[in-house]
Ligand binder design. Structure first.
Ligand code: ATP
Length: 353
């Protein structure tokens, strides 16, 4: 039995359809992430799950109990949901301990104290009980906001861009820490973010929303390696989409030459397709006949990411270990090496196969 189930929900404001037929499931203890461009309906979806927003169609079920439908709206306070939003404002006049225990009014003073101590230890801030929010860094404040939402042991935690006000390095570290904390607390959570790295660091399941539709809801690995829609591929990672045609022998005539892959065998002869080329699908190889010139280089720590303009004019991305440095302007050979060829039909959806 999933802890959270959305079944074909629709939300409109006037004539604008903001959420369109979204279905997803989260099992108890799973962490889900919704990605997508600004305005695609992510926050509206979270508000609907929290009970602040009604539905026109579909249902939201929590642990087998319907909490939202076109004619039902269980109030937010009866859903057992905790929330952390982007503007997570702690109460400035309350201490850290008072902030964390704010939602535990029904618990005894001793229980509150014990929970505050336990959570402060878990978030790596033991001894901070008596501090005030202005005495904390942004990252510390964000951890306290999380502890405040976790203190009453909600059955579902909703996080809306909780790290967006923090710098990139802190964001990545917190994402890993928060995942560990949620797993220790066995909390089911749904996170909204713009940031693919954050989603990958945290999620058991993730999805990309676009204009109100959830295009795919699977593991981060599947979103990256098996995108089922061109827009998912576009949104996830540094991919380049190239055009090609599948021919009778089940290979793909493309700007990278003839590509062979078992997945092409089921595609009819002559089908025009787009296919996704990620930096790890194409490797520098001095002996290759496919040649190009390096236009840009970006340092990525262990690797450099190169943008290479092929002699045909097409640009692709490739990676190589950063100690094997190549320079802008150098001529390079490239060898396509696809583990999994992701091809899309003219309707932008993944071809069967
Ligand atoms: P962002 O990443 O920028 O926060 P989002 O994906 O969370 O964006 P939403 O906040 O869900 O997007 O908004 C989706 C669309 O719905 C926007 O066009 C917004 O203007 C519209 N919208 C949201 N709430 C309302 C409302 N109460 N009345 C009318 N339109 C609304």
């Amino acid at each position: 039995m999933p802890l959270l189930q959305l079944d074909k929900i629709h939300i409109s404001f006037g004539t604008q359809h903001i959420v369109r037929g979204v279905s997803l499931q989260l099992e108890a203890g799973e962490i889900g992430c919704l990605l997508g461009p600004s305005g695609c309906g992510k926050t509206t979806l979270l508000r609907a799950i929290a009970g602040f927003q009604g539905l026109q169609l579909g249902t939201i079920t929590m642990a087998n109990e319907c909490v939202s439908s076109a004619n039902q709206l269980t109030p937010p306070e009866q859903r057992g949901i905790g929330m952390v939003f982007q503007d997570f404002a702690l109460f400035p006049h309350l201490t850290v301990a008072e902030n964390i225990s704010f939602g535990m009014r029904k618990a005894s003073a001793a229980e509150r104290r014990a929970r505050v101590d336990e959570l402060l230890t878990r978030i790596g801030l033991p001894g901070y009980q008596k501090r005030y929010p202005h005495e904390l860094s942004g990252g510390q404040q964000q951890r306290i906001a999380l502890a405040r939402a976790l203190a009453p042991k909600p059955r579902l935690l909703l996080l809306d861009e909780p790290f967006s006000s923090l710098d990139a390095e802190l964001r990545e570290r917190l994402a890993v820490e928060v995942r560990e904390l949620l797993k220790q607390e066995q909390i089911t959570a749904l996170l909204v973010t713009h940031d693919q790295q954050e989603a990958f660091a945290m999620a058991d399941k993730a999805g990309v929303m676009y204009q109100g539709e959830l295009l795919q809801w699977e593991t981060p690995y599947q979103l990256y390696h098996q995108p089922r829609h061109q827009l998912v591929a576009d949104f996830i990672g540094h991919g380049v989409l190239l055009q090609g045609t599948v021919n009778a022998s089940g290979s793909l005539a493309s700007p990278l030459g003839m590509l062979e892959h078992p997945s092409l065998l089921t595609v009819p002869d002559g089908t025009p397709v787009s296919f996704l080329v990620r930096p790890d699908d194409i490797v520098p190889d001095t002996n290759s006949r496919l040649r190009g010139r390096i236009k840009a280089r970006g340092f990525r720590g262990a690797h450099n990411l190169y943008s290479v303009q092929l002699n045909s004019g097409i640009e692709v991305l490739t990676l190589s270990p950063s100690h094997e440095q190549m320079n802008v302007g150098d001529e390079v050979g490239l060898r396509p090496e696809f583990d999994h060829l992701v091809v899309f039909a003219a309707d932008h959806c993944e071809l069967p196969g």
